[in-house]
Design a protein around this ligand. Structure first.
Ligand SMILES: Nc1nc2c(ncn2[C@@H]2O[C@H](COP(=O)(O)OP(=O)(O)OP(=O)(O)O)[C@@H](O)[C@H]2O)c(=O)[nH]1
Ligand SMILES: [Mg+2]
Length: 324
């Protein structure tokens, strides 16, 4: 085994951090590393944690880490913040409760910023997950602020998705509209010390009744008070129960298959898009666009021409007259 891979498998934090950075930066060798890592992955339990800004996701994660460490489990954390151009642990690292864990050999914490590069943030996060998985972390937690497409994609990397809500926020309808309710396996009502818990619980139940009526898994609703580390055992117990449910029904394999399929098609599509973007600079492409603008040919004809000649895709189109 190559030295770098041995170091990753030994959980060498410096090597892990370096490898993730180099992948994030689109190092030309990254394909080689990912291929070599892949046989060593598939053992970690992946838990997504999403919810509105300030819902208490990081506080919950920090408290869960402590619980998991007591249980002897090692933990990797990826905090994804697409709005931040900075990476390298700034988001979580400056928080006292997280720095406590940063010195622990069994914990690795990392922020992922908008640098996603080729393939985007979801792809970069997926690669970072692979590194942590190969490094042997038992549980990998992925934190995102639940809004856009990137976060949606990132949550699909997780085996279990936790949606964190607050009694005061009134954002249930918002997350419902964004479709986040649909991918949540567990609901955590954090800040349970604040008023409105039972109302929120009812709202969630009502919306669940609308959206997941005949699903085999009924997402539990857990109450937590992250700042006082209350309710963490309930959260973990529910996550374990969901994981067991996935395994018992063959759903874990099904999820992983879907994830691989999506990853492969995303990789192919983005490479294709890049290739076509490069072609769009060609004078001939500019001329075709001008011809379409002047109505000498239709945009569809231009597309067919480029599909066929440049991307080698034959369309079904037959050039017969319309009134034939
Ligand atoms: N009252 C109360 N406050 C809490 C609780 N959990 C977290 N907070 C506070 O809520 C604020 C936000 O907590 P974070 O853990 O940073 O929230 P977050 O969801 O990670 O925030 P972003 O990453 O910025 O989206 C902090 O001031 C926490 O101390 C709780 O259970 N009760
Ligand atoms: Mg946070």
């Amino acid at each position: 085994m190559e030295t770098w891979l041995t170091q990753i498998k030994e959980g060498n934090k410096r090597q892990i951090a370096r490898l993730i950075s180099r992948m994030e930066n689109g190092d030309p060798e990254k394909e080689k590393w990912l291929d070599a890592l892949y046989p060593h992955t598939g053992n970690a339990q992946l838990i997504g944690v999403t919810g509105s800004p300030g819902a208490g996701k990081s506080t919950l994660i920090a408290a869960l880490i402590r619980l998991l460490r007591h249980m002897g489990k090692t933990v990797g954390v990826l905090a994804v913040d697409p709005t931040s151009p900075f990476t390298g642990g700034a988001i979580l690292g400056d928080r006292v409760r997280m720095t406590e864990h940063a010195l622990d050999e069994g914990v690795f914490i990392r922020s992922m910023g908008s640098r996603g590069g080729w393939g985007g943030l979801a792809q970069a996060t997926s690669e970072a997950v692979r590194v942590l998985d190969a490094a042997g972390y038992d549980v990998i937690l992925i934190e995102t602020v639940g809004v856009g497409q990137a976060e949606w994609d990132i949550m699909h990397l997780a085996d279990t998705v936790t949606l964190v809500l607050n009694p005061t926020a009134g954002d249930v309808v918002q997350v419902f509209k964004a479709g986040i309710m649909e991918i949540a396996d567990l609901f955590v009502i954090n800040k349970a010390d604040l008023p409105g818990v039972s109302r929120l619980k009812q709202e969630i139940q009502d919306l669940l009744a609308l959206s997941k009526h005949d699903a085999p898994w009924h997402p539990p609703i857990i109450e937590t008070l992250a700042t006082e580390e209350k309710g963490l055992e309930d959260w973990w117990e529910a996550a374990e129960r969901h994981y067991a449910h996935l395994r018992a029904h063959g759903l874990l394999v099904q999820k992983r298959r879907a994830r691989i399929e999506k990853e492969v098609s995303d990789l192919v599509f983005s490479a294709w898009r890049e290739r076509f973007k490069a072609k769009q600079q060609a004078p001939r492409f500019r001329r075709d666009i001008q011809d379409a603008l002047d109505q000498r040919i239709s945009p569809h004809e231009v597309a067919r021409r480029w599909l066929k000649e440049e991307l080698r895709i034959e369309t079904q189109f037959q050039a017969d007259p319309v009134d034939d």
